[in-house]
Design a protein around this ligand. Structure first.
Ligand SMILES: C[S@@+](CC[C@H](N)C(=O)[O-])C[C@H]1O[C@@H](n2cnc3c(N)ncnc32)[C@H](O)[C@@H]1O
Length: 173
């Protein structure tokens, strides 16, 4: 049987459009594992660093997350590969709103990546959507969204969060 990440990244390459972008959140352990596999299928262009400013850890604190960035087509991204959101300094436990998933990302972080690489009406895919942060960000930015999640409880949470965004957008309009 083909190894999981080999199949996954090859499928990413199959489904993304010309000029489509791929972002893989990882850390110092998984980066070295993902990088050569992703490189087999898509042009890996950079490693982004989300600087969390402060964080937990006793063998030097963990204060950043790494994001492998790959794309099809001509490179066209502007800006630095390091970014920070001062309101979200701290470890993985720091997020916006209620903490409903152990590795939940702040919506603002995902909104930044979606804004950088898509326009309104584009399609965003998150195959491991957890509490639905990418779906929430996509909806707020008028992007279409496809997501997968293996655990029923997180699907329910994601649905609830999306309904909340719908409500907020209705009242804003
Ligand atoms: C790192 S978490 C994503 C957290 C998300 N970014 C958020 O903000 O809530 C990864 C999720 O992928 C799900 N998952 C793991 N294997 C999966 C699979 N084969 N298919 C779909 N979902 C899967 C896990 O249940 C977990 O909720």
């Amino acid at each position: 049987m083909r190894p999981f990440f080999d199949s996954l990244f090859s499928e990413f390459s199959r489904v993304i459009k010309e000029n489509g972008k791929v972002y893989i959140f990882c850390d110092w352990r998984t980066y070295a594992f993902y990088y050569p596999i992703l490189l087999k299928y898509i042009n890996v262009r950079n490693m982004l660093v989300w600087d969390k400013i402060s964080g937990p850890g006793s063998s030097y604190a963990f204060i950043h997350e790494l994001i492998l960035f790959a794309e099809k087509g001509t490179p066209c991204m502007k800006g630095s590969n390091i970014f920070r959101f001062p309101g979200f300094s701290g470890g993985a436990k720091k997020t916006n709103g209620e903490m409903v998933h152990p590795t939940q990302k702040p919506v603002e972080v995902i909104e930044k990546l979606i804004t950088d690489s898509t326009k309104e009406g584009d399609l965003v895919l998150d195959c491991f959507m957890g509490s639905g942060t990418t779906a929430v960000a996509a909806k707020k930015l008028n992007r279409n969204f496809i997501g997968y999640e293996i655990q029923e409880k997180y699907i329910e949470i994601a649905k609830r969060r999306l309904m909340q965004v719908d409500l907020e957008l209705t009242f804003k309009a």
